[in-house]
Design a protein around this ligand. Structure first.
Ligand SMILES: Cc1ncc(COP(=O)(O)O)c(C=O)c1O
Length: 375
């Protein structure tokens, strides 16, 4: 199988597995326990917290472990709104479902929610926040750092400048960006940042919300007071250790991974340019080095994904949450892409272990499949 769906999830790095195994076998203590098994687990969790913090230029005390990016995003939005009743919020029009659906849920409960539009290249319009903040009592804005479908990098640092001037809290979902481009919590100027381990060769079911310590936030889960009182529940020790190791590797190998991915993507896009009619969405914008969201006009994206699957090539027709729905990508619709063209979209997301041979095989298969659809 040639795996080209790394924005959906990444395989576990073997070094991550090795780091986790002792905590699935003998290191089973509860990190809150006072005895030595408990202390061993606590030390491991705290080491992982430092590793995750280092990856994004944060202080370990700012890292709150969660069950993944979805929970981190829900905690950011719902936790902030609970602590600041009466304030309006804004989310970009291209957020992952874990932000957009949380925002819809809040809206149904009486919170004023605004959406920030994007331009034709899939980039959030900074002026949109200027205009909106002049007319609405915004307290919180959520804008992702990189879009999961197009890979387009968003102007979060610019939004942060506006937000800071107006006293607005800024949250960014950095789930897709981290490990693929440099991410620095302090330099970005955001107050909350979401992460997920399984997009950086770590395990599924673990993530983090990085939070400025002075920020008032209400927990979603109440109980034993773990994670600074922001996320109760016995810690997923092995998962957290795996996340820490994956973060350490992502930091150490960021440059090499980025170089490799950029070179592979350049080959991929050069090959795609030879296929008549192929459109690459968001190509004009700055993007993650691993992502190509493309459309072959006249061919349904989901059919194409299934045809590639028969050739043992795994890619997707968009975000995993909406794939299989038969609906065009809301991200592409927000960019103004015509619905029939949007329905042709497939996402190729490369990973650190892909090779030039993988790219060549993908291009060959795509060419043959497109030809077979034409005949
Ligand atoms: C941008 C973005 N945010 C959040 C998530 C959700 O993360 P998790 O799968 O860890 O809940 C994803 C996963 O696809 C994502 O792409």
């Amino acid at each position: 199988m040639i795996y080209l769906d790394h924005n959906a999830t990444t395989p576990l790095d073997e070094r991550v597995v090795e780091a986790m195994l002792p905590f699935l076998r003998t290191g089973y203590g509860n990190p809150s326990a006072l005895h030595r098994l408990g202390r061993l687990a606590r030390d491991a969790v705290e080491q992982a917290r430092a590793q995750v913090a280092a990856l994004v230029g944060a202080h370990p005390s700012q890292v709150v472990f969660t069950s993944g990016g979805t929970e981190a995003n829900n905690l950011a939005l719902k936790g902030w709104v609970q602590a600041h009743p009466g304030k309006a919020i804004a989310v970009s029009a291209i957020e992952h479902a874990s932000v957009s659906e949380a925002a819809d849920w809040l809206e149904q409960r009486g919170v004023a929610v605004y959406r920030l539009p994007v331009d034709g290249s899939g980039c959030v319009r900074v002026e949109g926040l200027e205009e909106l903040s002049a007319r609405a009592p915004l307290g919180l804005v959520s804008c992702m750092l990189a879009n999961n479908e197009t890979g387009v990098l968003q102007p979060v640092a610019e939004l942060a400048q506006i937000a800071q001037d107006k006293g607005i809290c800024l949250h960014t979902d950095a789930v897709q960006a981290v490990g693929r481009v440099p991410v620095d919590f302090q330099a970005l100027g955001v107050q909350m940042l979401s992460l997920s381990a399984h997009k950086i060769y770590g395990p599924k079911g673990v993530g983090a919300l990085v939070v400025e310590r002075s920020l008032a936030l209400q927990p979603l889960l109440h109980g034993g007071g773990q994670e600074f009182g922001l996320r109760a529940g016995t810690e997923n020790v092995a998962g957290i250790v795996g996340f820490g190791k994956a973060a350490e590797l992502a930091r150490a190998e960021l440059y090499a991974r980025t170089e490799h991915l950029s070179a592979l993507r350049a080959r991929l896009e050069a090959g795609l340019a030879e296929l008549p009619g192929v459109v690459i969405f968001g190509q004009q914008a700055e993007r993650l080095p691993n992502t190509v969201f493309l459309g072959v006009p006249g061919i349904d994206g989901e059919m194409l994904v299934m045809a590639l699957d028969r050739e043992k090539i795994a890619c997707s027709s968009g975000s995993s949450c909406s794939s299989g729905s038969g609906q065009p990508s809301p991200v592409l619709l927000a960019m103004g892409v015509e619905p029939t063209l949007a329905k042709s979209a497939i996402r190729v997301s490369l990973g650190k272990d892909n090779t030039e041979t993988d790219v060549a095989r993908f291009l060959r298969s795509l060419r043959e499949i497109v030809r077979s659809f034409e005949t």
